[in-house]
Write a protein that binds this ligand. Sequence first.
Ligand SMILES: *[C@@H]1O[C@H](CO)[C@@H](O)[C@H](O)[C@H]1NC(C)=O
Ligand SMILES: *[C@@H]1O[C@H](CO)[C@@H](O)[C@H](O)[C@H]1NC(C)=O
Ligand SMILES: *[C@@H]1O[C@H](CO)[C@@H](O)[C@H](O)[C@H]1NC(C)=O
Ligand SMILES: *[C@@H]1O[C@H](CO)[C@@H](O)[C@H](O)[C@H]1NC(C)=O
Ligand SMILES: *[C@@H]1O[C@H](CO)[C@@H](O)[C@H](O)[C@H]1NC(C)=O
Length: 497
Amino acid sequence: MARLSNLMLLLLLVWVVSAFTLLPISRGISVRTAGKWPYDHHDQSERTNAEKTALQQQMADKIDRLPGQPPVGFDQYSGYVTVDAFAGRALFYWLVEAWTDAPNKPLVLWLNGGPGCSSIAYGAAEELGPFLIDPDASTLYLNSYSWNSEANLLFLESPAGVGFSYTNTSSDLNNTGDASTAIDASRFLINWFERFPQYKNRPFYIAGESYAGHYVPQLAHVLHNHPVTKKHSLSHINLKGILLGNAELDNYADSAGQIDYWYHHAMISYETYLGIKKHCKWNHEYYTDDCYNLLGYAQAYEIGNIDLYSLYTPKCLNGSNSRVISRHKRRLKIPNQLEEPAYDPCSENYAEVYFNRPDVQKALHANTTGISYRWTACSSTLFALWQDTPDSVLWILKELIAAKLRVWVYSGDADGVVPVQGTRYSLNSLNLTIKSPWFPWYMPNQQVGGRSVEYEGLTFVTIRGAGHEVPLLHRGPSLVLFRSFLSGQSVPRQKRT
Ligand SMILES: *[C@@H]1O[C@H](CO)[C@@H](O)[C@H](O)[C@H]1NC(C)=O
Ligand SMILES: *[C@@H]1O[C@H](CO)[C@@H](O)[C@H](O)[C@H]1NC(C)=O
Ligand SMILES: *[C@@H]1O[C@H](CO)[C@@H](O)[C@H](O)[C@H]1NC(C)=O
Ligand SMILES: *[C@@H]1O[C@H](CO)[C@@H](O)[C@H](O)[C@H]1NC(C)=O
Ligand SMILES: *[C@@H]1O[C@H](CO)[C@@H](O)[C@H](O)[C@H]1NC(C)=O
């Protein structure tokens, strides 16, 4: 998710509740808003021509060098993939290949949440991508903990209306919700693999954070349940697993867990806690003004002006929406391999400057149609107009576990927005059999990185002290986690001495 202000968080709570009234919540992913699958192969000659065009398109998408970028030894591509030619809807992607041995490394799609937030603003530019942006938004510097040491990373701005992804049919934005987002993302993948045939059959993972706790399982579900008659267009998508960080999985568990977490982290008073537990049933039917008022009181008078996404780090005092650049943080120019670069709470502001630069957009092959509004880290329009959002995606996790996909869930344990406690309530309700009971895991320097519990079919990992955006806040531990996930091995256990 984005770093929304406390007020936005309140709006989010109101929105989550009011969203229940918009549409009946269906358990399945409906294709209603998104139409049919238009991308099947026809005859052989058409296919050959299409393949040629696709490869030309791949070459056209290759990035020379981004403004301010240090030299690197890997290739990058970015551009648009049409997901609905009739409506004129196209999604923007940025592929960052692995530092070494890219052809033998897996492909990982990364999604941020919101809904309405950009995977380029968060995932690529401040969390797990290879380049981080200087406060003056003129220079990029290397992230020595970038996840592209382990995998080829595909960042997607999803759905249309987020970042550089757009639609020529503005009413699309009024009809966007979870279902259409999953369908468009699957169409994106089908067409993207045609443009990048070297990635066909490559081990493929879908990862994401926050509201992507909805996007990731829903997309995996669509890929998994693709109609048999159309299977050939997906047969080369070798989906192996999913990775979810500080993920929204179940409204009831996440909300109840959030309040328990706030109380047990001394953020709210006992009286307010009891009141919220009494008046908030986290369910539309029982939602009351008293509940709303107590949540407002907690935020206005008890919690204080902190970064709810990262409880124990400083807040960016220039506000997440001000485009003003702050220079008050000192940062190592070249990150030291042994030491994490200092955390800069204002870093998303730099992305808003950098990605609006015309030279950056040109280098990225972005905004080629002259989008009528600025690039922003999150779309408040989409957020406000969001349609269907199911109560829970836990049933999809069950389905994916049954399908033997690798399912890992992780949680930075200092996040006040989608706290670890809510995720634990969600996982508890899955009733999975415990394979390896709760244990601490260790970083190479023998410090505890967090804890883990392994269930039959699902692994849960916490990252000690990290907030909502784990790869931003605890870069080293996040890379250890990512490596473990890709290898399918437990996070490192304590060495017995
Ligand atoms: C959207 O409209 C612009 C301007 O007419 C056009 O160049 C572009 O190709 C359209 N996008 C799609 C995805 O059709
Ligand atoms: C879409 O929503 C906006 C904001 O609520 C509204 O102004 C506009 O009329 C809507 N458009 C359509 C086609 O419904
Ligand atoms: C916020 O930005 C302004 C303008 O760049 C700057 O003068 C001020 O010092 C910044 N404030 C903080 C707390 O960083
Ligand atoms: C796209 O480019 C136009 C200028 O052609 C600019 O005004 C607009 O802010 C840009 N929008 C995005 C989303 O980059
Ligand atoms: C888990 O077990 C409880 C108690 O047996 C049951 O009420 C609940 O429906 C189960 N949940 C799931 C998701 O199977």
